[in-house]
Design a protein around this ligand. Sequence first.
Ligand code: AOS
Ligand code: ZN
Ligand code: ZN
Length: 389
Amino acid sequence: MSTRPTFSDITDKLAAQEIELPSWAFGNSGTRFKVFGTPGTPRDPFEKIADAAKVHELTGLAPQVALHIPWDLCDFDELAAHAAGLGVRLGTVNSNTFQDDDYKFGALTHEDEAIRAKAIDAHLECIDVMDRTGSRDLKIWLAEGSNYPGQADMRGRQDRLHESLSQIYDRLGEEQRMVLEYKFFEPSFYHTDVPDWGTSYTQVAALGDKALVCLDTGHHAPGTNIEFIVMQLLRLGKLGSFDFNSRFYADDDLMVGAADPFQLFRIIHEVIRGGGLNSPDIAFMLDQCHNVENKIEGQIRSVLNVQEMTARALLIDTEALTAAQRAGDVITANDIFMDAFYTDVRSDLADWRVSRGLPADPIRALRESGYQEQIAVDRVGGTQAGWGA
Ligand code: AOS
Ligand code: ZN
Ligand code: ZN
């Protein structure tokens, strides 16, 4: 008798899935060559939340929206009420120490104590925002490093990073956490102060239980076995959050699952294997920039891709897989794994969505709703929000 799960066996787990959207994905973004403006782009955090809520309304998958400070500074009581009215809530607060001239040579790692203090204060302000919004997580991504060998004292910078992070950590409330995101290069090209999961792990482990690692899928060298890192961080109890996106070359921030759906499948398999699926301890965030595609559609496509690969990974016959692994039956083990990956779940998912009162095809539903045309008319004037806004 087959032990392979059927689609109806996995729907409870699919129903519990929650993906957090980044507010900045709805703003204009681009490359260093050009930022293309798009009609209907939100002009403030309220309009970003409205677009995020539309994604949730059509997919049932994205009830939480991450904020970026200072880009999303506003009256947070009003913003939280606005979000609640639209059926979503405010989530992770992302700090920004990469757009100020003072931070040219570092922020939390800077040689100058006054600049370090300014960067620490920026993070403390983020925690003030979290107190207001009820957000649990402070996400720290640092654009710090150097471009040339000899330019910087790499070791001194690690020590200062620890000291700065400790001060921020000490300000966290009982229920609050810090997640430290790593990235192997960019904007620095020789060394980066938090380049890899090992450095992030080392720094957060030195702080305490409320500090964890954030894994952005786009932040690894080509060929890196990302699912291994997922496995290890889950094993160590230190995986705090994901930034999902996909990449062909560097930190492309493309729609998740677009470049390598099989990698997404493998990552989610390790999430399931490690007990991380639907765990309240892990934030499943997207971190994307939609430079040329419609932004709301790009977010819908991304959450649906996560859902689709989650469904496929849940269909792995784990009992048979374990037996094959123990027997040293390489071909059967790989067959079982690939069989789940190759299973087309799209029509099952569409039917299931309809059974839950959701559109079978959320992107078509968005197009037919006229929402995009309406915001293009309504959102005239003001400054369109986006990277650097
Ligand atoms: C930068 O490369 C990181 O992915 C950040 O997580 C993120 O893109 C940034 O904080 C968004 O502003
Ligand atoms: Zn990221
Ligand atoms: Zn990134």
